[in-house]
Design a protein around this ligand. Sequence first.
Ligand SMILES: [Fe+2]
Length: 192
Amino acid sequence: MPYAPKDYSKLIGMNGFTETILKNHFTLYQGYVTNTNKVLDTLDQMSKDGKTATPEFAELKRRLGWEFNGMRLHEYYFENLGGSGGIDKNSKLAQKMTESFGSYEGWEKDFKATGTMRGIGWVVLYLDKETGRLINFWVNEHDVSHPAGCVPLLIMDVFEHAFMIDYGLKRADYIEAFFKNINWAAADARVK
Ligand SMILES: [Fe+2]
C-alpha cells in the first residue's frame, strides 16, 4: 500500500507563518511521500528480479532512510503545530520535562538553544523509553542520528525552507513563532 500525503492545509492562517511558506513546505513534504513510494516500489521490484547484489540496490536501500524519515518527520512537525496557548503544566509531558530538565522553562531553554545552533536540520525532543528520560536531540541529516528506542515527542524543522521566506536569517524569530503555535495536546499524546 503506497503512502498517501496527509492534508495539513488547516495550518494556513497560523500566526507567524505565511501561506507561501506553508504551501512550499507542504509541496516539499509531498515530494518525500512520492519518493518514499518510488524507492519502496523499486526496491521491491529489484528484490523480485533477483537484483539485490547490486550497487543500485544498496544505494537505494540507503536512500530509503532519507525519504521515509523526511516524510514522517514532516508529518510529526505539522501535527505538532496549529495549537495555541502554553503547555498544560499537569500533562504527562510537562511532568517528564520537570523530571529531566528541572522545569518546563529548563527544557524550553535547551530546546531553543538546540534550534539556534548553526547548521540545518531538526530539533527533536525524544523520550528514551528505557529510562523515561527526555533528551533534546539535534538531527542533522535525517537518515542518521536518530536515537534507537526513543520516541519523538516534539519536532521542530530548522532547515532553511522552514523559515527563510518569512524570517530571513532571523531563526530565533521563527522559533518564537513555532512556540506560539505548538499543539501541546498532540505532543502529549505521543508520551507512551
Ligand atoms: Fe521541512
